[in-house]
Design a protein around this ligand. Structure first.
Ligand code: ADP
Ligand code: ADP
Length: 229
């Protein structure tokens, strides 16, 4: 079950005369429907890995294969299409548009989308049935992140990428967001990759990828993942 495969991936950022090696020879695979978490210190290369997975950035060398397609060789046009159709993103800061309601924020994301899900149903699913006409400023941090998750899910992506989705939330609220992401993964059969420092999540993960200094430090496979309370 190799849905995604990274093979000897390297990423170097050029900053004037200086080369910054963000990713150093990373290889791993992700199975369809897996709930994967990526952990590691700040600056380790986690966001770079996620951006590359989502077609937001090019690698310097190596290969990324998704469902048999070598996406690392895609043209920028094909990569944009991959990003729009296959990928949902959730960020630390929810990036909602302040003068649109929760529902309108989700709807806006669907204009360039081929087979969107029903917006009301998705908002129900993330627990915002009664809050969908609120503006972002009238929602708590956790609720705003739920809107951002609904916005990503409504596109019906194959792969949901989350970069520190709990980073701006307190521990308990963060835990409920992680649980929502887990439930989404398992109920919708969606592959989900989450960067997080919130360790409440580790018992739920199918796979934990530890990144350190741009390299894979360790990969833990959890043979008996259990949802947290
Ligand atoms: P985190 O460590 O919480 O994952 P980021 O991934 O946003 O935070 O950033 C990690 C480091 O990478 C930071 O030190 C930041 O300054 C640097 N960085 C991120 N994006 C850029 C960029 N576009 N240009 C230069 N440095 C960047
Ligand atoms: P993490 O997400 O684990 O905090 P990042 O992937 O953001 O790590 O960053 C890895 C390294 O690459 C860091 O040294 C960071 O400063 C650097 N970096 C990240 N993005 C950029 C960028 N756009 N331009 C230059 N350097 C970057």
């Amino acid at each position: 079950n190799k849905y995604i495969e990274l093979k000897n991936v390297n990423k170097v950022y050029k900053m004037g005369q200086i080369d910054i090696k963000a990713i150093d020879n990373i290889s791993f695979s992700i199975g369809k429907g897996e709930f994967v978490i990526v952990v590691g210190p700040s600056g380790a290369g986690k966001s770079t890995v996620l951006n590359i997975l989502g077609g937001m950035d090019y690698l310097s060398s190596g290969e990324i294969i998704v469902e048999g397609n070598v996406i690392s060789q895609y043209s920028s046009k094909k990569l944009t299409q991959y990003r729009r159709l296959d990928i949902g993103f959730v960020f630390q800061f929810y990036n909602l548009i302040p003068n649109l309601t929760a529902k309108e924020n989700v709807e806006l994301a669907l204009q360039i989308c081929k087979n969107p899900l029903d917006v009301d149903e998705v908002l129900d699913k993330v627990g915002l049935r009664d809050r969908k006409n609120n503006f972002p400023a009238g929602l708590s941090g956790g609720e705003q992140q739920r809107v951002a998750i609904a916005r990503a899910l409504a596109k019906n992506p194959k792969l949901l990428l989350c970069d520190e989705p709990t980073g701006a939330l307190d521990y308990e609220t963060g835990k409920s967001i992680l649980k929502l992401l887990y439930d989404t993964c398992k109920r919708m059969g969606m592959t989900v990759v989450v960067i997080t420092h919130n360790l409440a999540i580790t018992p739920m993960a199918d796979k934990i990828i530890k990144i350190k200094n741009g390299s894979v430090d360790d990969i833990l496979i959890n043979s008996n993942p259990t949802p947290i309370e």
